[in-house]
Each structure stands twice: as C-alpha cells, then as structure tokens.
Design a protein around this ligand. Structure first.
Ligand code: NAP
Length: 296
C-alpha cells in the first residue's frame, strides 16, 4: 500500500462530505477515506456507499480532538507514506438568537470559530507534512466566507476587510484577528470593530478566516520544495443538508461537484484556480473585490 494514492474527506458521514466521498470513489484512482467523528455513523455511511457499488475506506476523525487527528496522520504515514487529496469539509453552524445572553452568544461563537477555523487550521498543520507533490487540498468556505460579508463603508469595516485581505497576511496575524474577534464578542463590542451584528456572525467570521487561511497556505505551497501542491476554497452552494436545515436548493451531489472537481485538478498544468475562491458552478470569484454572484 505504501506509495499508493490516498484521499481523505473530513466530516463525511453525511451531507456534502458524504457526496464528495462518493464522487471521489468514482473519479480518483486510489483509496478514498470517509472520515467521521462518530464511528457508528461513519461506518453506516460507508455501508450505504457499498450498497451503491463503491468501496470507500473508513477512519475515525474528530477535528476537535487533536489526538484523533494525530492517529489519522500516523495511520496514513504508516499505510500510504503520504497524502494526495485532503478535503476539509467538517464544520458546524450555531445561529445566534436575539434572546441569547451575551455569555451564551460568546460561548457558541467560540465553539463555531474553534471547530470551523482553529481546528481546521490544526488539521492542516498536522496533515500537510504528508502531502505529496501534486497534492490537492480543498477548504470548504461559504458565500458567508466572502470578505464582503464584513459589510459597509465604516472605517472599522474597511480596516477589518483590509487586514483579512492583505496579500501579506501571516498566520500569526490571522490568529490574532480571530482571537481579537472572540474577545470582542465576549465584551459585546464586536460591531465596533466592523463585524456584522447579525445572527450569522460566528459562522461568517469562521469562514472568512478559512478563506484568508487558504490564501496564505497557497502562498506557502508556491515556495514549497514539493512541486505543484494546490489549495482552493469553495462555496459549495446552498445545499440541502442538515446544516442548511434541509432547505437548500442543491442536492448533496450538486454541492459536492465543485469540491470534487478542485480535489481532482490535474497534475502540473494548473495555474488557476490556485489559492482561489471558487463558486459552486466552478467559476472563480474575486475574494477581495467580489462581487458575489446573485445566485447563492
Ligand atoms: P452537514 O450536513 O451538517 O455536515 C457537516 C459534517 O461535518 C457532518 O458530518 C458533521 O458530523 C461533521 N463535523 C462537524 N464537526 C465535526 C468535527 N469536530 N469533526 C469531524 N466532523 C465534524 O453540513 P454540510 O452542509 O454538508 O456542510 C459541509 C461543508 O460545507 C461545511 O464546511 C459547511 O460550512 C459548508 N457549506 C455548506 C453550505 C450548505 O448550504 N449546506 C453552504 C456553504 C458552505 P456529525 O454528523 O457528527 O454532526
């Protein structure tokens, strides 16, 4: 097995991650790992795909648990000696309610940002050393992760947008921006720093951070001795999943189309998309200047 090709999708027991595993089983010449935090749910999802004739493999992965990420890394290293595709799909959403106390709002915001951003960042830091030349990484962002979700022309919003979208943004600065956001939410004054007040703010902040992180990661890959490693961030569309309260307009297969396409970008000749923000119809949207397509 060592040396044979391998793909990993996080949070794949349901939704877009599940459909991405299915599509990669069809298109990728190698082992495809459906991972989940709950092993029973993950194994049931594997069985569902087996009934359709696909042969995904399974490994447990809770991105909130560092030891779980380390176990997956050690397993991949021992079994395959590397990693060829990583789809960072796992995420969560807690919509704030007007009646939430400041404490509850701050606690929920911390949970969302911790899982969606900080823990995805940690997954990357732990698994990226395994990436082989020509590896493809896909980070699931969102329309909510576009920089224009920091709305308005106030000085605070303009400054915040400029910080996140700086082409020189460092990981250190990004981590500080996100810790400052969490501190401001705790104090109740995040709107003074340009953040939207609306009930989506925790998810918006977490996905803007995922997108900003992706841009830095591609910069790093551009000077990495391993050739041709490409990472992109994607809005999969408004997809009919649990996260979207099953109100989304796209099927999970349609939602998986752009992430799977990015995971399968061919070796060597791709200059674009590369570190790009990609819409569900596979068009590239300018993350800094927008505008966002009308169709979410
Ligand atoms: P979903 O159906 O709710 O699936 C989310 C998956 O992530 C589930 O398998 C969930 O596991 C898993 N997950 C959550 N926390 C995890 C953790 N700590 N470790 C490992 N897995 C974890 O959501 P979805 O709509 O398919 O979303 C997939 C991605 O697309 C997310 O990044 C989301 O933000 C993004 N997205 C979705 C939409 C949309 O309209 N649906 C739009 C834009 C972006 P459990 O089953 O155990 O909860």
């Amino acid at each position: 097995m060592a040396g044979s090709r391998v793909a990993v999708v996080t949070g794949a027991n349901q939704g877009i991650g599940f459909a991405t595993v299915k599509e990669l089983c069809r298109t990728f010449d190698g082992s495809v790992y459906l991972t989940s935090r709950n092993e029973n749910l993950g194994r049931a999802a594997v069985e569902e795909l087996e009934k359709l004739g696909w042969r995904p493999k399974y490994h447990q992965l809770d991105i909130d648990d560092e030891s779980s990420v380390l176990r997956l890394r050690d397993y991949l290293k021992a079994t395959y000696g590397g990693l060829d595709i990583l789809v960072n799909n796992a995420a969560m959403l807690i919509l704030a309610k007007d009646e939430d106390s400041r404490e509850l709002f701050a606690e929920n915001t911390r949970s969302v940002v911790q899982t969606n951003f900080f823990n995805t960042f940690r997954v990357c830091n732990i698994l990226f050393p395994l990436l082989r030349p020509h590896a493809r990484v896909v980070n699931l962002s969102s329309s909510m992760g576009h920089i224009s979700q920091i709305e308005g022309q106030s000085e605070a919003a303009t400054t915040l947008r400029a910080k996140f979208s700086s082409p020189d943004l460092s990981y250190e600065e990004l981590l500080k921006l996100m810790n400052d956001f969490l501190d401001a939410v705790k104090r109740g004054d995040h709107a003074d720093y340009g953040w939207p007040r609306k009930n989506w703010v925790s998810y918006i902040a977490s996905k803007i951070a995922v997108s900003a992180m992706t841009r830095i990661q591609q910069r790093d890959f551009d000077v990495d001795p391993r050739e041709d490693i490409i990472i992109n961030h994607v809005h999969p569309g408004y997809v009919n999943t649990k996260m979207a309260s099953f109100k989304g307009v796209l099927t999970i297969e349609q939602g998986a189309a752009a992430p799977s396409w990015l995971a399968m970008l061919p070796p060597n000749d791709v200059t674009n998309p590369k570190g790009a923000y990609v819409w569900h119809d596979k068009t590239i949207v300018d993350w800094v200047k927008g505008p966002l397509p009308a169709e979410y």
